[in-house]
Design a protein around this ligand. Structure first.
Ligand code: ZN
Length: 178
């Protein structure tokens, strides 16, 4: 990407080295490099009462979509929205501390810089009576509703089964497309 500054790339490279992510990851990774946006606004707190942010446009689309779902009797719960580079590093460090190998971790978590959550347009969603970030979400009425209606609000499922990015299936992860 031509608009990635050298200092941003230097920061990414340093973060990856600190985590033991091989330099080859950046060439092999099919995900784009995301620059953190500068127009983030506060959303409602997430399910865990943590503050969350999205870009202004993604936030408006999210509000419209969650309200429409509620009118249809469904509760879409926000699990995670914008995540910065440092947050992504912390997620990976936690898994390393649990003894997991970096190659295994990178199958389920993007390296810092490559998570769609850096864009401020991605949301992880759940619903009542469903464990967060589990494939069982696809069995819920909320997921069926998203499948039919999310596109109308600008949200698409980023990582369906057998996606070209090599990321495991994530029925809970939806991204607002600008
Ligand atoms: Zn996600």
């Amino acid at each position: 990407m031509s608009d990635v500054s050298d200092s941003f790339l230097d920061r990414i490279i340093q973060l990856h080295r600190d985590l033991g992510i091989p330099d080859s990851y950046r060439d092999a990774c099919k995900l784009p490099l995301y620059i953190e946006p500068d127009d983030l606004v506060d959303t409602e707190p997430d399910y865990y009462q943590r503050p969350q942010k999205l870009t202004r446009a993604a936030h408006e689309a999210w509000l419209s979509m969650s309200q429409a779902a509620r009118l249809d009797g469904l509760n879409l719960l926000l699990i995670s929205a914008f995540r910065g580079l440092d947050y992504q590093r912390d997620l990976i460090e936690k898994k390393l501390a649990q003894g997991q190998q970096i190659t295994d971790i990178l199958k389920v978590i993007a390296a810092p810089g490559y998570s769609e959550h850096h864009s401020g347009r991605a949301v992880d969603l759940s619903t009542d009576n469903c464990r967060a970030l589990e494939v069982e979400f696809e069995k819920t009425p909320a997921y069926q509703w998203l499948n039919k209606r999310a596109r109308g609000f600008g949200f698409t499922l980023s990582f369906p089964e057998d996606n070209p990015y090599g990321i495991t299936y994530e029925p809970w992860h939806w991204c607002f497309q600008v």
